[in-house]
Design a protein around this ligand. Structure first.
Ligand code: DC
Length: 220
């Protein structure tokens, strides 16, 4: 088997990356966290005070950012920013950055390039709809906003990042709104995606259901 693409799309905190990592390990697939790529650009914009309305500034920013991903570590112009891109300050600016067409064009190209000829599982918002509309298996993973806020809060606590439930919930709802109403590649379920609600299932159950779709496709 050569290229084999599994896509997991869904809103922030629905469990996409947790599930994708497990599936990647189980099937020896490459895992690509596309949200982290948008987060790297958002971090650069934040640190360099980039005006998101200024097309020339956006073009220069994209020309000046080199993204490398090595074993699930994220490097922005050679610097490991894997921790920094997960902070609430980056989460707060990433949705407007991801809504910019030029940013998406660059990152979608990179996503296709990285996955070319490989067995890959990618998670994001537009992977099954725009990046790989012919993917072998497509999943649309959802969960209630409250459940997702609790999960993010737990992640922040484990990392020692200060955050409170109300503001995490508000930030999740705001990102859902921007991500699903934007003009460029909004978050939506691909017609042929399997929808899974992770608020009513354990991680193992979600992995099992996705594995069934993969096994069926592989013919295992
Ligand atoms: O999955 P995440 O929370 O790390 O994603 C960060 C942001 O990036 C999210 O608000 C939407 C955006 N994103 C996107 O627009 N398209 C993708 N394929 C992945 C993420």
């Amino acid at each position: 088997m050569e290229e084999f693409i599994v896509t997991i799309d869904g809103p922030a905190g629905s469990g996409k990356s947790t599930i994708a990592k497990i599936i990647a390990k189980k099937y020896k697939f490459t895992y690509l966290d596309t949200g982290a790529m948008y987060r790297m650009i958002a971090l650069y914009a934040l640190e360099n005070n980039i005006d998101l309305e200024d097309k020339i500034a956006i073009k220069n920013m994209l020309d000046n950012t080199k993204l490398d991903i090595v074993e699930n570590k994220f490097f922005l112009n050679g610097k490991d920013v894997s921790e920094e891109i997960r902070t609430p300050k980056v989460s707060a600016v990433v949705s407007p950055v991801a809504a910019i067409k030029e940013v998406r064009v660059k990152l979608v190209d990179l996503q296709r390039e990285i996955s070319k000829g490989k067995k890959t599982i990618l998670d994001g918002r537009d992977i099954g709809t725009v990046v790989f509309p012919n993917a072998d298996v497509k999943i649309y993973l959802v969960a209630s906003p409250e459940e997702r806020a609790n999960r993010r809060l737990k992640e922040y606590k484990e990392k020692g990042v200060e955050a409170d439930y109300e503001s995490v919930l508000a930030s999740i709802k705001e990102r859902d709104f921007i991500d699903s109403t934007r003009e460029e590649s909004p978050l939506m379920k691909a017609e042929d995606a399997h929808e899974i609600d992770s608020s009513i299932m354990s991680i193992e159950e979600v992995v099992e259901e996705i594995s069934k779709y993969i096994d069926k496709k592989i013919g295992a």
